[in-house]
Design a protein around this ligand. Structure first.
Ligand code: HEM
Ligand code: SF4
Length: 550
């Protein structure tokens, strides 16, 4: 993993000192609310319904066990005993006191962590695939490229006055697990017919109030030009992006207004100024950064046949099928720790679990863990011969719910329980659905299904791209929920369509059940929910759900 050099450390330490001073001045009444707001946002502090929220950067989702233990102690000492994994691989604390935040940041700095650029109008944490470096379908390990982007963008003066926040995601595999098409810039690593490495560049994706799928503006950007080209995109955005209306200020609106073709032309014109200039990447620079992401010291192992153990322990077999993934190194396997046990808010992890995850990372995965876009945690490098033992430990810790990729692996935002922007609650809706689908046989029969719930149109939980999406809406002061179907991720990203009139909270489990029942009746053998939906379209689902006496 990337280890800070003395410059990184100094920057982070100095930032803590500055922010302590700024916060003290604000608390003493020497800075106004308006003066303090941009300062706190630059340091990851939102003000929510009841308390500030602190968003901590986890570059490309990678964490050491030491960092996990620090998050555990912060959760214990400054928060209510838990932390939250966000859909952009970051950690969030929902209940810190504002006066404690400088101390929290000082503690984070001791383990090379910070909250710089996690909110406000800046380039946010660059995200990627949680299986980066170990996935079998990988073209390249994307983490070095994320780190190159991090170093280029943090404190880049051009990007201090962006019209809005800006999110980049990089995917290095054949499957897209980083949802790159709903980012401001999405990069897909590919090789051309000569085997040279380059990137497909998507621009102008994003969810929220106006959901849009990114447009491909460059089929093959050779890797040495990555930064000069990204720079050109951000410059064009900075120059032409709207600033008169914050709801129209994201790059997606600009790309749409100009058309992707014209936008690409403007980028090409801007790029001509910087192409082959000093920001061009060299082999030496890429090697320097890549050296932080070399494979750990794998043992020479062979793959295990799990048949016998599966037969003896059906619970293990089920968990293994659902929550583990093949590894590119023989004898190893990647394991997802589910943070989606029923009755725990999706993505929440307690201080004890954080400490325990750190211990598991040390014991089973070279002291490293990753956070995922679906709000879970991954141990990427587990020896297959230790898998059974790990599973037993994980069961005790509440990490072994075998639901990755399934209906109860719900992505959910905090919603009305503590987000000040919410129209409706999300967490109780998630729990009610998890309870309804608690029967594992039933869940496994339903198969692969993404269900995402956002408490308002800001779409923090990506409800538009869930196979089933649930959106909290306000109806004359009452909390209601709109259902959408047909959202999808991967390289065939799709935005869901609204099923019809919204429902009251207590109706939601029944509505989801009706949708599932209809799917089960209609599906062809081995057809996933999304495939059945795509084959049949919305109408029959709608008729079934809204039919009287159903
Ligand atoms: C409770 C405190 C939170 C506040 C005040 C907040 C605020 C917002 C706002 C205002 C937006 C809309 C931005 C836009 O217009 O483009 C947004 C989007 C987003 N939020 Fe949150 N959020 C919160 C919690 C979370 C959590 C817990 C997650 C992760 C589960 C999250 C992940 C996201 C993501 C991924 C988007 C992006 C939508 C896009 O693609 O543009 N946020 N958030
Ligand atoms: S979707 Fe809305 S309610 Fe949910 S966390 Fe985001 S801003 Fe808050």
């Amino acid at each position: 993993m990337y280890i800070y050099d003395e410059y990184d450390q100094k920057i982070v330490d100095e930032r803590v000192k500055q922010f302590r001073d700024q916060t003290n001045r604000y608390l003493a009444g020497d800075l106004t609310e308006d003066e303090y707001r941009p300062l706190r946002l630059q340091n990851g502090v939102y003000i929510q319904r009841y308390a500030p929220m602190l968003r901590i950067a986890v570059p490309y989702g990678l964490l050491s066990s030491k960092q996990l233990r620090k998050l555990a102690s912060i959760a214990r000492n400054y928060d209510k005993g838990y932390a939250h994994v966000s859909t952009r691989q970051n950690f969030q604390f929902n209940w810190p006191e504002l006066e404690d935040i400088p101390d929290i940041l000082a503690e984070l700095a001791t383990v090379q962590m910070h909250a710089i650029q996690t909110s406000g109008n800046c380039i946010r944490n660059t995200t990627t695939d949680q299986f980066a470096g170990v996935a079998k379908d990988e073209v390249i390990d994307p983490r070095a490229w994320c780190e190159i982007i991090r170093q280029w963008s943090t404190f880049h003066p051009e990007f201090h006055h962006l019209p809005r926040k800006f999110k980049i995601a990089v995917n290095g595999a054949q499957q897209d697990r980083a949802v790159i098409e709903v980012h401001d810039i999405g990069l897909e690593a590919i090789r051309n017919s000569q085997g040279e490495l380059g990137f497909k560049v998507y621009v102008g994706g994003g969810l929220g109030r106006t959901p849009i799928i990114g447009s491909l503006i460059n089929e093959f950007l050779p890797w040495p030009h990555l930064l000069t080209y990204l720079d050109a995109i951000v410059r064009v955005y900075n120059r032409y992006g709207r600033r008169d209306n914050k709801y129209k200020a994201r790059i997606k609106i600009l790309v749409k207004a100009l058309t992707p073709e014209i936008f690409a032309e403007k980028v090409a014109a801007e790029w001509a100024n910087a192409k082959d200039g000093p920001m061009t990447l060299t082999e030496a620079e890429v090697k320097r950064i890549s050296s932080h992401f070399i494979a750990p010291a794998y043992k020479q192992l062979t793959d295990i046949d799990f048949n016998e153990i599966d037969q003896q322990h059906p619970g293990f077999a089920r968990w293994r099928q659902q929550n583990t993934r093949p590894h590119k190194q023989t004898g190893y396997i990647a394991v997802t720790l589910s943070l989606k046990a029923t009755a725990t808010p999706p993505g929440d992890i307690s201080d004890k679990q954080l400490d325990a995850a750190a211990d598991l990372a040390d014991q089973y995965s070279f002291g490293e863990a990753r956070t995922t876009h679906q709000q879970n945690i991954v141990l990427a490098d587990v020896e297959q011969n230790k898998l059974f033992e790990l599973w037993q430990q994980m069961r005790e810790l509440g990490f072994a719910t075998p639901n990755i990729g399934m209906l109860t692996n719900i992505i959910s935002c905090p919603g009305g329980d503590f987000c000040s922007l919410a129209n409706a609650k999300s967490i109780p809706v998630a729990e009610a659905i998890q309870r309804r689908f608690d029967n594992l046989d039933y869940l496994f029969d339903i198969g692969e299904l993404d269900l995402n719930i956002s408490g308002c149109m800001n779409a923090c939980s990506h409800h538009h791209i869930g196979h089933i999406g649930i959106l909290g809406v306000d109806k004359k002061g009452q909390e209601f929920y709109q259902i959408s179907l047909g959202g999808n991720t991967g390289y065939n990203t799709a935005l869901g369509s609204v099923l019809g009139p919204s429902f009251a909270q207590e109706e939601i489990p029944d509505v989801i059940e009706k949708i599932i029942q209809f799917y089960l009746k209609q599906r062809h053998a081995d057809e996933r929910f999304i495939d059945t939906y795509q084959r049949l379209g919305m109408e029959p689902f709608k008729e079934h759900v809204y039919a009287k006496n159903n």
